[in-house]
Write a protein that binds this ligand. Sequence first.
Ligand code: LP5
Ligand code: MN
Length: 241
Amino acid sequence: MPALFISDLHLSPERPDITRAFLVFLQHRAAQASALYILGDLFETWIGDDDPAELSVEIQGALRNLTDAGVPLFVQAGNRDFLLGPGFARATGATILADQHIITHYGHRALIMHGDSLCTDDLAYQRFRRYARNPLLQFCFKRLSLVRRQKLAADMRRKSAAANSNKASEIMDVNGEAVAGIMEKHRVITLIHGHTHRPNRHQVASGERIVLGDWHSLGWVLSLDDAGYDLQSFSIATAEQ
Ligand code: LP5
Ligand code: MN
C-alpha cells in the first residue's frame, strides 16, 4: 500500500467541489494507503482549533474516520493554516509535524516541508512569516473573538492578494540555494514540498525536488511505494462523483 502526499487543497466554503473531491479521496484512495501526509494549506485559512465552522467540523470528522480505520495521518502547517494545533490533532487523530520532517517509506528517505520557508527571495513574506509565527502574537490572536479573527484573516488575505499581484513570479518560488542548503543539512536526495502551486519533479544537484500541486481544477497526489514516486493529477470535476 502506498504512502500518499497532498498539499494546498485550500478547502473553503467557496469551493464545495474540492471538498467533495477530498472526501471521496479520503474514502477511497487514502483508505487504502499506508499513511497520508498533508503538507500544509489543507484549509484556505485556519483561525484556531475552536472555530466551529461547518467545514472545519466536517473535514475533522472525515479525517478522524480515516485514522480510526487505521491509516496514520500526518499534517504540516502551511502559511494559511499554521494555527492548526492540539485541538485539531485530538479531533482528527493526526500527528502534527514540524516544518522540516524526514520520512522513510519503502527504503526511500525524503525531507517533507510546506515550502514557504524556502521562498527566501520573498523578503516581504519572510517578514510576515516571522510576525505570524511569533508565539506571543499567536497567543493574543487566539484570545480574540472568532468574529474578530475572521475579519483580521480576511484583511490579511486581501493584503496578501494585493501584494502578490505586484510581485515577480520568480520571487514567489523556492530559492535554489535554500533548497540545496536544506537538502544538505538533512542529507537527503529527495525534497517533497508544496506551497508554490507549481507541481513538477525537478532534478537538482542534490537529487530530486518534487513539488505537489494545489487542488483547483485538478487535484494532485504523490504516491510512494516499492516502485518509487509517482506524481499524479486528476480532474476535480469527475473526482467528486
Ligand atoms: O497566501 P497567499 O497565497 O496569498 O500568499 C502567500 C504569502 N502570504 C501569506 C499571507 C496569508 O495569505 C494571510 C492569511 C493567513 C490567515 C491565517 C490566520 C492569521 C493568524 C495570525 C496569527 C498572528 O502567507 C505571500 C507570498 C505568497 O504566499 C507566495 O509565496 O508572497 O506573502 C505576502 O504577500 C507577504 C505580504 O507582505 C502580505 C502580508 C499580508 C498580511 C499583513 C498583515 C500585517 C499584520 C500581521 C500580524 C501577524
Ligand atoms: Mn502555501
